[in-house]
Design a protein around this ligand. Structure first.
Ligand SMILES: CC(C)(COP(=O)(O)OP(=O)(O)OC[C@H]1O[C@@H](n2cnc3c(N)ncnc32)[C@H](O)[C@@H]1OP(=O)(O)O)[C@@H](O)C(=O)NCCC(=O)NCCS
Length: 158
């Protein structure tokens, strides 16, 4: 599927099967727990119901990634993971990925994007709220370490 040109740089495109090492490294520096494995990334990159988007710089280095799931017959896209390399944070990479996620969700006729975020993840919560995501629920003890989660959702303009 073609992605609209969102933001250059970073360039946003679908991840390829040759990028699993970089995706797993980013996962490790970004999350202390609840990490996705290499096998999961491999399946998602190849799946028709998932999209792994990457933000890359002009040298094609990985700046960030987003994983979004779609379900047949569902109008809800689920943003499962979003991460920016620590060296590239604060420069709009995650915002660009989020815009691309919403664009792909619209292309698949989704009416909203839903996500879960740790209640102690102030940076991510600020990003989502600034991007128009509204808190719709609390998920008690949702994470591996017992931390609560918040569910957030954004209705997509047609
Ligand atoms: C959360 C994360 C994805 C943000 O990535 P980023 O590329 O630095 O974000 P952006 O530069 O696009 O920032 C967009 C907005 O997010 C918010 N934000 C980002 N980092 C922030 C921080 N450290 N503190 C507070 N707000 C922050 C701000 O509102 C910012 O807008 P502003 O720059 O106009 O103030 C990044 O910190 C990260 O990868 N964290 C580890 C993984 C993670 O927690 N992922 C989210 C899982 S739900």
């Amino acid at each position: 599927m073609n992605l609209p040109a969102i933001c250059k740089p970073p360039g946003i495109r679908l991840a390829g099967p040759d990028e699993l090492d970089a995706l797993v490294s980013l996962e490790h520096v970004s999350f202390d727990g609840d990490r996705m494995s290499r096998g999961q990334y491999r399946r998602h990159v190849a799946s028709s119901t998932a999209q792994v988007l990457v933000a890359v710089d002009t040298e094609r280095s990985l700046l960030g990634s987003a994983v979004v799931f779609f379900r047949k017959g569902s109008g809800v896209a689920r943003l499962y993971s979003l991460a920016t390399d620590p060296a590239a944070r604060g420069k709009g990479v995650a915002s660009a990925l989020l815009t691309a996620v919403e664009a792909t969700a619209r292309l698949r006729h989704c009416r909203c994007v839903r996500l879960e975020v740790r209640s102690d993840n102030a940076a991510a919560i600020a990003l989502y709220e600034r991007s128009g995501y509204r808190r719709t629920g609390r998920l008690a003890g949702y994470y591996e370490d017992g931390c609560d989660g918040w569910r957030h959702e954004k209705t997509l303009a047609p």
